[in-house]
Design a protein around this ligand. Structure first.
Ligand code: ATP
Length: 354
């Protein structure tokens, strides 16, 4: 019998517990053999007296090298600090402070690439039927790290850092992945007409890497023009490479092209660990009501399965999901489902279809 692999499961906040429970049940029914190490993090952990991101979470991911993570929230409008001390993947004794659990995990485990596929499903009501984009988002620097300060009561500023090293690493990952998948066109997004130093460096470093891959046709696109073209004609694009904050924003735009946030999966990948999570957040407006679309989390789980070589299990889940989407009766409301639909009914329907 094949040995069982261990995965860390972070249920998260808001709709997180519902959509991760769906993904877990579907993976378990797919034939892939996993043991789940459930680790609370975020506001849910704090509500039960634990730290938002305690040593047990680091210990677990450090051991398994793999996590399926639900969205984790931050309290709205109040300052929030995640303090992290030494752990086995980063033994630095000085505490590090982060603005969110997601950012802390990405930085502490050096998950330098955020991979976000945006793909249309014919049975999902959406603006376009032929979108197949692969978004490569640099995950370790840029404005998104939230390094801000008040200069005085009426002035705030944030630091945007771009380095050649981090950009080169992300661009290499993008190009290697494209070659492996046989994808040919890469658009590097930037605003170097204004941010000449930071985005200028990002663009130069990324293009230097792309130039080493003759099979890839790389071009640069100014971020605002790219957004407009994506909305008008997404089929003109294949793969996108973006700095952290632009990547965050364009991922949601991409999700909108294929039917909404419920559809977009993602992976945070480093040398030693990978954490799989949906693009969407905690959606507190629909939490706990059996309304959340579990598709983004299920597709994140299939990315995890592909990452560990469980290709047959991933294909089985995608086939079952496609057939449930086509029948439509048990899917969630955002997918066109009626009264018989919901998070749990959709999960059950996918399991039955497998
Ligand atoms: P956060 O602060 O954690 O980012 P948010 O509600 O501001 O949470 P998202 O969770 O990304 O941001 O979602 C924005 C809106 O999109 C939600 O309020 C919800 O209505 C919808 N939404 C997001 N994810 C889903 C989903 N999986 N299924 C259905 N609707 C969703």
């Amino acid at each position: 019998m094949a040995s069982r692999r261990e995965i860390t499961l972070i249920p998260g906040d808001g709709i997180g517990p519902e959509v991760t429970a769906a993904a877990r049940a579907i993976v378990d029914a797919s034939g892939a053999a996993f043991d789940w190490d459930v680790q609370p993090a975020g506001l849910a952990a704090q509500a039960s007296g634990l730290p938002a991101l305690g040593p047990a979470v680091f210990e677990s991911i450090g051991r398994t090298g793999l996590a399926l993570k639900g969205p984790t929230g931050t309290p709205f409008g109040t300052p929030y600090r995640i303090e992290v001390g030494a752990h086995r993947m980063n033994p630095k004794p000085e505490p590090r402070v982060y603005p969110s659990v997601a950012i802390a995990l990405r930085k502490e485990f050096d998950l330098y690439m955020n991979l976000r596929p945006i793909r249309s499903f014919p049975a999902v009501p959406s603006r376009y039927q032929d979108v197949d984009l692969l978004i490569f988002r640099e995950n370790s620097e840029d404005l998104y790290l939230g390094r801000e300060r008040m200069v005085d009561d009426d002035t705030a500023e944030a630091i945007k850092t771009i380095t050649r090293g981090a950009t080169t690493r992300a661009a290499k990952f993008a190009c290697e992945t494209m070659v492996r998948l046989g994808r040919k066109k890469l658009a590097v997004a930037h605003k170097s007409n204004v941010l000449k130093l930071t985005d200028g460096l990002f663009l130069r470093a990324a293009m230097d890497v792309a130039a080493q891959y003759p099979q890839i046709e790389a071009r640069d696109r100014v971020i605002d023009a790219l957004c407009m073209e994506l909305v008008l004609a997404p089929d003109r694009y294949d793969c996108l490479l973006l700095a952290n904050l632009y990547g965050d924003i364009v991922s949601d735009l991409g999700a909108g092209l294929v039917g909404g946030l419920g559809m977009a999966p993602g992976a945070n990948i480093g040398e030693q660990c990978a954490i799989f999570e949906a693009v969407h957040g905690t959606a507190p407006d629909i939490a706990g009501r059996d309304l959340a679309n579990p598709m983004a989390m299920i597709l994140s789980a299939t990315m995890l399965l592909k990452h560990v070589g469980e290709l047959e299990a991933a294909a089985r889940i995608e086939r079952a999901l496609t057939s449930v989407l086509e029948r439509r009766d048990r899917v969630t409301g955002d997918l066109g489902g009626g009264p018989g639909g919901g998070t749990q009914a959709m999960t059950q329907a996918i399991i039955e279809a497998m």
